[in-house]
Design a protein around this ligand. Structure first.
Ligand code: 1PR
Length: 531
């Protein structure tokens, strides 16, 4: 029996699912005594160091946790569950941690996108039972802006390189804690959790010893989901956002089945977009929550969900905040939420007033769950111009000429799934959202969506070069070379595709096979290479 410490924030569902998939039972702590009586304790911290420690103090979990750690029984901390073990954190100056290890938690101060999001490797510093059954060259999923700096080097189990070499896991006797998320790291992560659950005696030194790890470019499968005219929730796909064919909503499969298929084929992440969320209230959309719950039972890579995340008042006058909507998604298994239409309205308001209200969906969700959990999905469309003068928007000179030979364009933001164009450009939207607390940009392109003609490289460069957070390039992938193009001609961290995966024209394994040795990717055994 594993005891799991849930202090109420973030997605503990995926940790429970990963442990249960290994045949072990999980008991979630509901009072402090259950910490003291635990045989094996897992602490998956998510969110912000300050709010985590506040809740641990409020619930009077701090002393029992310290007693448990001193008892020498097995402990596994994940992400903030690692940070909590140290004395203090730059994320919340003035707030004390558990102080079990001397040292502090520092913020990345590097010339790369922060948060550090994605699959990176580990340099293993000492023999350990934690890595039994692994080779040592596997990649694990990271998502964080802070890292631990222990005073005692002897506790360092692994380091990882991202601008600097930072400590990515620690181990002392029965206490292990990782910066990365084993529950989101596919088979490699599950093996690591299994080693904690089964406690093998043998401490092994691994065959493969890395000296400098590299962050992989991510391949993301996207499932646009909506109800069809018969009321069934289906995966659909548009051509430039038009999802109807001969009057019917295109039906490309069932969401849970497709997500499982992409996980098995080696997708590094899976995104669900509830594309009619802008007009329906998502918390009434129970099928979507159930899709997420069922998917997270079998899919052990990060899940993002978007669509309809905004404040909402129902017909009876009941008000729900975007934070409540997002919380429901996190509880159902989402790791990140994605905000589309609401982000445009928030940015417009910010530009008009020059003020951050602290009340917008982006700010509130970022405050509680951390910036890394907030993706902003942008749905831009090209507006061609013959001259860059007096436009009031970020204009680029383009190689893809307009219908009348225009050599310039700006990217107009839209809301409601491309139905309404606004007086805001994609570059400004991305910059404002970063300022408000978004941790990642999902950059679609209506002109390219479903065309199989390649990503809009000019758009990706314009946005990526204007922000410091990671960017997911989306729309237009038609062949393996398009992924190579976007990763070599832009600095995008990820590439997302939908149609080619759904129609089995290009499987994920084929994309990775092509990119291998050309671009850093996550390459695990068992990935299907052929359709
Ligand atoms: O505005 O917060 O409710 O969020 C709605 C979300 O739904 C937004 O993220 C928006 O992008 C998405 N959405 C709305 N309508 C559509 C539609 O297609 N009619 N889908 C839609 C957007 C775009 C991509 C697509 C890529 C790759 N889908 O995610 O998957 O373009 O496609 P491809 O590889 O086949 O070219 P809110």
């Amino acid at each position: 029996m594993i005891t799991l410490l849930d202090y109420g924030a973030g997605n503990v569902r995926s940790v429970i699912n990963a442990i249960e998939s290994l045949g072990e039972n999980v008991k979630v702590v509901s009072d402090a005594n259950e910490i003291l009586s635990a045989e094996k304790l897992v602490f998956p911290g998510v969110g912000n160091f300050g709010s985590m420690m506040r809740i641990l103090y409020q619930k009077q979990y701090v002393d029992p946790l310290k007693d448990y750690l001193r008892s020498g029984r097995p402990f596994f901390g994940i992400c903030l569950g690692l940070h909590a073990l140290f004395e203090k954190s730059e994320e919340a100056p003035g707030t004390s941690g558990l102080g079990f290890f001397s040292g502090q938690v520092k913020k990345f101060d590097i010339d790369l996108s922060v948060p550090h999001i994605g699959w990176n490797g580990v340099n293993i510093k000492k023999p350990s039972q934690t890595f039994n059954g692994l080779r040592g060259d596997e990649k694990f999923y990271f998502v964080h802006s802070f890292y631990v700096a222990p005073e005692d080097d002897a506790v360092v189990l692994t380091t990882t390189n991202y601008g600097i070499e930072f400590v990515s896991s620690i181990q002392k006797d029965n206490i292990t804690a990782t910066q990365f998320h084993p529950e989101k790291s596919g088979d490699a992560g599950k093996k690591l959790l299994k080693n904690f659950i089964r406690s093998p005696r043998e401490q092994i030194a691994l065959r493969y010893v890395s000296h400098e790890t590299r962050l992989a470019k991510r391949i993301i499968a996207c499932l646009d989901v909506r109800s069809n005219d018969q009321g069934d929730l289906v995966v659909t796909k548009g051509d430039q956002y038009d999802v109807r064919e001969n009057g019917d909503v295109r039906n490309l499969g069932k969401p849970v089945e497709l997500a499982e298929r992409y996980y098995k084929e080696g997708a590094d992440e899976i995104t669900f977009l509830n594309i009619t969320g802008f007009r329906d209230f998502p918390l009434k959309d129970i099928p979507m929550l159930s899709v997420l719950k069922r998917t997270s039972e079998h899919v052990f890579v990060p899940l993002t969900i978007g669509g309809g995340i905004r404040d909402y008042t129902d017909q009876k006058g009941n008000t729900y905040t975007a934070l409540e909507v997002a919380s429901a998604y996190f509880r159902s298994g989402a790791d990140k939420i994605s905000i589309g239409s609401d982000a445009v309205l928030i940015a417009e308001n910010y530009i008009k007033t020059g003020k951050m209200t602290g009340k917008s969906s982006i700010e509130q969700i970022s405050e509680v769950y951390g910036a890394q959990a907030v993706v902003v999905s942008i749905d831009p469309r090209r507006v061609y111009l013959s001259s860059p003068e007096n436009v009031g928007h970020h204009v680029i000179e383009t190689d893809i000429k307009g219908p009348n030979g225009e050599g310039y364009c700006w990217y107009q933001c839209t809301i409601k799934g491309g139905r309404e164009g606004r007086d805001l450009d994609a570059v400004t939207l991305a910059q404002v959202c970063e300022k408000l607390g978004a941790g990642e940009i999902l950059l679609n392109c209506i002109d390219k969506d479903g065309t199989n003609s390649g990503y809009d490289i000019e758009l990706v460069n314009a946005v990526k070069n204007a922000v410091t957070i990671p960017v997911i390039a989306s729309s237009g992938a038609g062949c393996v070379e398009h992924f190579y193009d976007v990763f070599t001609k832009t600095k995008a961290e990820s590439a997302l595709a939908a149609g080619i995966f759904h129609r089995k024209e290009v499987p994920i394994g084929a994309v990775k096979d092509y990119l291998k040795d050309k671009v850093e990717i996550r390459w695990n055994d068992g990935i299907a290479l052929k359709p």
